[in-house]
Structures are given as C-alpha cells and as structure tokens.
Design a binder for this molecule. Sequence first.
Ligand SMILES: Nc1nc2c(ncn2[C@@H]2O[C@H](COP(=O)(O)OP(=O)(O)OP(=O)(O)O)[C@@H](O)[C@H]2O)c(=O)[nH]1
Ligand SMILES: [Mg+2]
Length: 329
Amino acid sequence: MAANLTPQYYKAEEAYRKAQSSQERITTLLEVLRVIPKHKGTDHLQGALRAKLREAREAYQRELKAPKGGRSWKIPRQGVATVVVIGAPNSGKSRLVAELTNASPNVADYPYSTNEPLAGMLDYEGVAIQLVDTPPISESFFETYLNDFVRTADLVLLCFDGSSDDAPQQTVDVLEQLENRKTHLSATSGFDKNDYSITKVKSRLIVTRSDVQDSALRIEMLSEIVKLEMPLHQCELDKPANVGSLGKLIFESLDFIRIYTKKPGCPVEYVDPYVIPIGGTVEELAGRVHEELASTLKFAKVQSVNEDDAHTVGRTYVLNDLDIVELHV
Ligand SMILES: Nc1nc2c(ncn2[C@@H]2O[C@H](COP(=O)(O)OP(=O)(O)OP(=O)(O)O)[C@@H](O)[C@H]2O)c(=O)[nH]1
Ligand SMILES: [Mg+2]
C-alpha cells in the first residue's frame, strides 16, 4: 500500500535528518510522528520512526550519565545551507574549500594532512553557503563524528582524485565506511524506502585534477565497481573558471531560488536576496520578510528576469529564481 506522504511530513522528516543532538532528534521525531498520515500504508514507517525515537531517548539517557568517549565535533550551522566535503586522503577536499571560501585549511601534497574539520563560507552571488572541510576517510580510518556530519548535511561533495590510480578503490572504501553506518550517498536526501533505517544524503561526486590523462578512465573504473547514484562534476581546481562553475553547481544542487524585494516606486538593490526553496510562493516570501506580512499580504507585483514589466499575482503564485517582488498589504 502506498504511503502517500504529505509535504508537511517531508518537512518534518528533513528537520529530523538535520537534528544535531539526541535531544533535537527526540523533538523532531515527535513532530514527524505527529504529522505522519496515520493509515495502513505508513504502518511500517511509523514502526521504524518509533524505533528511532527509542534509540534517540536511550542515547540521550546515556549522554546524561556518562561523559562522551572519542572525539566529537559540532560545527554551528551558518548561511543558508551546510555542504560537507568528504573523500579519500589527498583527494582535494581542503583545496576545494580553500578555493571556494574565506577559510584557509591546510592544503598539502601528502595524505592525512587534515585532522580536524574546518568550516568556511562561500559567497555565491550574495548567497552565503557553509562548506566544511573534513579529515580523510579510508578503509582503516574513519572519524566517527563524520557520519553525523554527512547525515545532517544539506549536500555532500565526495572528492575523487582524477589523477590517482588508487582513487576508484579508495572512493569505494569511503562509500563502504558510510554504508556500514547506514548512510548512503545518493542523488537526493531522505529515508531509503526499502529500509527505513538507512539515511540517504544528497551528494555530488567531484572529480578533482580532472584535466589529467586517464581521469575519465578512472571514473569508469569506479562505476564498474559501484553503482554510482549521484551526478558527477569534473573540476580542475587550478582553473578559476572551473572553481566558478563548482560554486554554481553547489548552489543549483541545493534547490534554492533567490528573490529580490523592492519598495513600490524604488529601484531594486541587488544585494542580499531572500533565499527560499524551489517551489516557494509569494506567501512564503512574505513570511520570510516579516511574520506579520504573511497574514496581511494582499497581492504582489512580480518581475521575472526575462520580462520588461511586472505582473500582479496572488499569495499562492510560485516564484522563480531572481524574481523581483513588491509585496502589497
Ligand atoms: N592541480 C590540481 N591540484 C589539486 C587539485 N585538487 C587538489 N590538488 C592538490 O592535491 C594536493 C592534495 O590536496 P588537499 O586538498 O590537501 O587534499 P585533501 O583531500 O584535503 O587531503 P587530506 O586532508 O590529507 O585528506 C594538494 O597539493 C592540492 O593542491 C586540482 O583539482 N588540481
Ligand atoms: Mg585536507
């Protein structure tokens, strides 16, 4: 029987997936269980969610009783989204973060040069996106906190060194380390519909040093070993144009649109756009500008990038990237 899940459910599920502590997991799971449509088709999923709630409550009790063992890290979320950069040793993670953000991670031509996560901000045409550099993952090395980093990310970039013969197997090792922890890198995020205990995370394979000979062959070797479920993007980080298109890829993968607001009769200022999910409406934008506006809003005038004139629309009008909007109450 089909689960027929609602947008409200998916929103609550996403909040749960991004919860960064067991306490947050408990709160968000209670919300998921509250909004899930209650019928036969969701029985199995409801059971899986209740099991997750039990686990989160037990983890919370354990944390209260015992000080944590092992290394743990918490990076406060900043910007409109958090993108976690992972990969095998020497695959270009730190270089990628250094090229795209204001951070200066240690970039070195030897493996295992990064041993702590480091966050930096990417400014993509006025939109602030957080990128997190991480220590390498290999067959024998996995910082356990990385599983949570990956699961709570809005997007994961999996680096693949196009110049290394070891890259295909090493990348499989990274995927396996995550699979062993029930985390599956995929094209989109959500629970795995065949096994609700597995979390799928939206990911892109980034092929660094992609200009070298045989890079394509190495990618082919990778896809012979594993069925890659994520799109790939080739990038020679020495080339500024490639770095620019990587920024664009990141923004586009996050499924956001940018909206500029303006006051009637005033010119638009192309700074600090509002960033809302694709499919967002005028009403949603109004709520972002001011909570009260969402209820007092009467209509809006919207001008799209390819139009000379604005047109009048209602609250449920679906906005497009780079629309200019006047909100009228
Ligand atoms: N020419 C070129 N060099 C790159 C590219 N990506 C990475 N490198 C170089 O490869 C080396 C390793 O890059 P890092 O970014 O330090 O690799 P890493 O994945 O962070 O390595 P660990 O932290 O040790 O896991 C550095 O010398 C980088 O400058 C690329 O696209 N082109
Ligand atoms: Mg590094």
